[in-house]
Ligand binder design. Sequence first.
Ligand code: PLP
Length: 389
Amino acid sequence: MKNLTSDSVAGIAVSAIKAMAMRAAKVEGAVSLTWGLPSFRTPEGIRRAVERALDNDPDIGKYTLPDGLRELRGAAAETHRAATGVAVDPDRNITIAAGNMEGIATLLRSLIDAGDEIVVTDPGFASHFIQIGLCGGRPVFWRLDETRGWALDLEALPGLLTDRTKAILLVTPSNPTGRIFTEAELREVGRIAAERGLVVILDDPYCHFTYENRDRYFNLSSVPELADHVAYLFTFSKCHAMSGWRLGYAVLPEWLKREVLKVHDATMICAPRISQIAGLAALSGEQAHLGAFEDRLAKRRELICARLDALPHVFDYVKPEGAYYVFPRIVAEHMDSYEFAIRLLEEARVAVTPGSAFGPTGEHHVRMAFCVEEEAIETAFDRIEAYFN
Ligand SMILES: Cc1ncc(COP(=O)(O)O)c(C=O)c1O
């Protein structure tokens, strides 16, 4: 039979994060720090709102408009205004996506022609690289400076931009490093993007997980002069413990929403209505869970850092400022991060994600997600300690 599958798809691998999670699921009793899947249950108020809608809303099982329920777009606009001080229009600027993965994929598809380039941080979020490739584009790696706590290297940015550059894609707080990029850094990225006629894409799952560094967090979409050059995407997955509901919202310049809507409609039609009802409850109901989740994650961050401190012969690390990942450098003897991760899984029954999945600079590192229960962190590190001591 002739080869029917697409060469461009055959040429990519499933993300290493999911590949390791699936591999770990086959190892009896393995503890997994691979996936950034928070242990928290979707809050009660959100669940009850959905229950009520299931019972009382005759439209609950129907499509919504492609850009989402008007009420949810209104609530998203209000949340965005409260967070940034910038008023956006629910009709012209906001679209509801089935999570940021779909939102970013749709946005990239709306921006990229074959051969176009998107600047991504290195290390950066592995799935972005795959998404860019699937659109026929090329991720251009912008190396972060580990010696400065994984800071942006602003001097290097102009040298990465070409006639094919369309966008600069950032995650802050960062996955996988936990770095919160500073206001000065982000403003400079915005300035360069505007000067060169580019878009800065902000993929933001972790804005509510900033611990004692809240004042460092800066949302670049709060700069009105950059309105035509910033696409901001928030996901409910992490902050509202709604990863399985598949819901996010995008705040876009009008010229971009117009294009994004075509791709979103052709792929999804709309985000599930039931999830949009849940999202509306998340934005308009009481918000105590945001702080409660963050407090719990803060304890887990202290725990994982204390356990890493006791293993200086295995790992060296930068304490994450936000999000719930730590990205230690492997100092124990090893070949590469993949070999190390497989060995740790098979011999110590602890799953971590090889750092090479997050870009060339990620080699010789691993990513550990500390959004799992404290007990899982303790067990993982008891095993790592026993294995290396
Ligand atoms: C940077 C980043 N973007 C997107 C996602 C996925 O978000 P969603 O569940 O909204 O698709 C994640 C999840 O880990 C992430 O870390």
